[in-house]
Design a protein. Structure first.
Length: 154
């Protein structure tokens, strides 16, 4: 952190002891994100992921954009909600699973940490070799707001 601007050094130095991590917990999958009438949950309320995934805010923004498209293009709110969930569920559940695997590797015991520390450099080198394409499903997701959404049946 040498050269970092801001109070981080002072905050860390003021800590009474070593910084320790803690376990993260999986939240149950929400079976339905809406009530078929006038209420819907999005973002972490619908599909919380482990903090180590680093995707909570971006998934919430993606949700907001897709929900706006659905509200714009669907004939009524219940159809918009059903369409939104059908468009988003598969992607966010994949990201939640990815976050779960990532969180579990961070909370590993001594043997798990040794294996993680041996294999992570290999994984990172491989990702660098392919120009980051292996992570495009996660970090390169694009939503074309001008694209018309096709409503799904309720």
């Amino acid at each position: 952190m040498s050269g970092d601007v801001g109070p981080a050094h002072d905050i860390i130095d003021a800590a009474p002891g070593p910084m320790v991590g803690w376990a993260t917990y999986d939240l149950p999958v929400v079976k339905r994100w809406h009530n078929h009438r006038n209420q819907i949950i999005i973002g972490d309320a619908a599909h919380a992921t482990a903090p180590s995934a680093g995707q909570g805010a971006s998934m919430s923004v993606e949700d907001a954009v897709v929900l706006a498209q659905c509200l714009r293009d669907c004939p009524d709110i219940p159809t918009a909600f059903t369409t939104f969930e059908s468009l988003r569920r598969r992607r966010v559940e994949k990201i939640v699973r990815h976050g779960h695997r990532s969180a579990n590797s961070k909370a590993a015991g001594p043997v798990g940490r040794l294996l993680r520390d041996l294999f992570l450099p290999i994984v990172f080198r491989q990702a660098a070799k392919d120009g980051g394409r292996s992570m495009m499903w996660l970090q390169g997701h694009h939503i074309d707001f001008d694209q018309t959404i096709q409503p799904v049946a309720r």
